[in-house]
Ligand binder design. Sequence first.
Ligand code: FRU
Length: 495
Amino acid sequence: MISQSLLFARAFEHQAEAAIPASARPVFHFTPRTGWMNDPNGFSYYKGQYHLFYQYYPYRTEWNSMHWGHAVSDDLLHWTYLPAALAPDEPYDSFGCFSGSAVTMDDGRQLLMYTGVRKTGGDEDRDHQTQCLAIGDGVNYVKYAGNPVLDEKDLPEGLSCHDFRDPHIWRDEDGRYNCIAGSCGKDRYGVMLLFRSEDGFSWKRVGTLIRDNGRFGRMWECPDFFMMDGKAVLIVSPQDMLPEGYEYQNGNGTLAQTGTFDEETGMFTPETQQALDYGIDFYAPQTLLAPDGRRIMIAWMQNWDTCRPPSYDERKWFGQMTIPRELFLRDGKFCQRPVRELESLRSGRVEYRDVTVSSRRVLPGVEGRPVELNLHIRPADGRTYYKFSLHIAEGEQAYTEVSYRPHESVLKLDRTFSGSRRAFIHQRRCLVKDRQGELDLRIIVDRFSVEVFVNDGEQTMTATIFTDPGAAGISFEADGEVRMDVIRYALDGGK
Ligand code: FRU
């Protein structure tokens, strides 16, 4: 039985979507069918297609009682909206269906686990968060009659259901179901708990995967956990992080760790740590394993501190996902490239080799939006330069700048003049590998975003932009002399 709330949401989104022309959306970045979107949920490959669910409030462009929106894709770039999958329609999730994940069961059905949130009532009226199931066929999902399947009785002493959320489930080699979910005690430091189940329905706590003692922010949200190159990988999005040098500058940021995992005790022992993105807008990533073995990651391309749409914004949607990215380890460090499917959108290749850049320079044919730029820059004739900068989405009053100062080896992304009329963060700096002034950049620009991949994916810087879509200029400038190779593509699939 589909609830009235879900029926209503489905009817609403169907109508509202029709009022949003394609030209008001990004060309190849995912946006909600209508209304508000935050975290990706249940990112999975099921019945021969990629499935993406998302934290969703269809009725307005604001965070409110969370539904799960739903879409499918064959290539991770073109998405077809499906009807909303979950609505808050049970006593245990009356305040919202928060983030979660998906696996396939032996009988071919898809199992979703999400956080059901209700309010405690009373003076404090705090969240009460428990883990719940819904079972479906890829379109319709029925909430499990035994919900919630994990609640306060499953928590160790000192932790509570005020913060207990974002279950990530996976099946191990024996077919067993595993789940990790985040919680925190009074100190608010992140704790990841591990649960196990033979059938996906009745769950037992195995142990504590990891307990952070305040080194990495507070409550850890939206975990992901998998094996890569023989290492266990834990990705989380900690709240309220303190920056460490150029790392973790986003307040609510991301933390990726490799380490070892003891299946018996359920303990994860980390060996390496890094942020996953060095730009402004990147949070709550989820990954899936594609049939061809690629680990593909997608994240919410926003930051909680900068995500309130201004009152003058008339867009009927808010929130974008990043371009899906292939995640891999190189020399023990996480690297990312846009999914190779993106190459199918390329057209209009323009190439220049050994261009000298000093004072401002535009190159005929190197322009456009959406656009992909591949740059290789180096000092001219072995001489050093002080600064190289590149303007994209450039118009009469607008531009977004990517600049590099080789003597500091710092790359900067600056969207101050991208059309924003708000006083929130517009710049971010990233320390990159010192290669004596040599630098490789791959820059993906859509109507409302910029994603910079540095030195073949060693680091990324992601930010949303607000620039009028007509601003499509690109220019280069250097303080000193730079030699540059450029390959530019339009990214519109030849349209
Ligand atoms: C992270 C988050 C999750 C939660 C969801 C609610 O962005 O706060 O922890 O499940 O958003 O929408």
